[in-house]
Ligand binder design. Sequence first.
Ligand code: PLP
Length: 404
Amino acid sequence: MNAPLQTSSHFRPATRLSSIGVSEILKITGLATDLKRQGKDVIILGTGEPDFDTPAHIKDAAARAMQAGATKYTALDGTPELKSAIRAKFRRDNGLEFAQDEITVSSGAKQILYNAMMASLDPGDEVIIPTPFWVSYADIVLIAGGQPVLVPCSEANGFRLTAGDLEAAITPRTRWVMLNSPSNPTGAAFAEADYRPILDLLLRHQHVWLIVDDIYEHIVYDGAGHTPIATLPGMADRTVTISGISKSYSVTGWRVGYAIASAELSLGIRRAHDFITVGAPHPLQEAAVTALEFPDSYYTYLRESYQARRDLLFDQVEAAGFIAWKPRGAYYILTEAAHFMKRYDCPDDTAFAMHLIKEVGVATVPGSSFYAHAELGRTKIRFCFPKTDDMLIEAGRRLQKLAR
Ligand code: PLP
């Protein structure tokens, strides 16, 4: 018999864990929540979730589904009813036609992204990720054995990836390019004209596939629409579109997401999913059908109310002395805070985010959580704005003290 590998009473973490960090967002949110529990008055503009209550229609649908017995395992890749609703949504909103076997439901967009990477990456395979990016992308690639290749996107180009920068990053090992539009944390959004040069390039590099995270597709501002990249010629077979219900219906805790991909890739995603969990929560899948059938007026209302909050917080942070980028979509404002960091003797953005929590009573996220390279500096702070007007105004009042 072999000797046991565990030779001491100390836990020995797997090597794969050593390549990934602990999310700054979780650390800062943990601290803010602890302070709140101790009775401290902290306004949380850190975690990426809306403060609004979940629409009553969806909650009622979940309760009805539970009462009616929707409490058991479902098909691995989602209930036929939810898959039909997703199909109808893509047909209605994006003019896209997909078969049922090209749709996979999972416990959140994050999980399906993980499944897609587990299904496709071999050790050393490269995934190009434009930065700044949502914190989880690089860690998911690493844990799946791949190699993230980070490509900085400059402020001058609105934090959007250029075809030139992308081409320079492509190698024979490149498997995927990950795009997120509108983006967390910059709010940058791709219009069709922005995608064109990237797609032309990808048509010349057939081994590079595209993974598009459209989770903020409904949250776009100033009359802009959302361009689903899979509608653009030549890409449908090589594109995975990821989305979910967390952000548009204020159900971040429900965990329902989905992916659209070719039948072959969807099968791989499903096989990876099979060993992680079975399906997604049954009553919530039923309620998700109700959510996806909401009329256009709901999304108009959503955009208008988020845009009003964007404008409110943008004015507040500018008045407080931050240099801010006005987002074209999603619900974050990325700001430059180098001058405040100098003034308050904070060596980096994490120290300044701590200062903001402890001394000002506002929880934010340090910008370096979203990019692991020096080009963009460790001087940025992200605010999340789908909160009540009162919270945003009070946050602004507190932040304005920084300049005094
Ligand atoms: N994609 C992006 C860009 C996000 O910002 C987030 C959450 O913050 C997610 C995916 C996670 O989505 P889900 O809650 O469906 O896992």
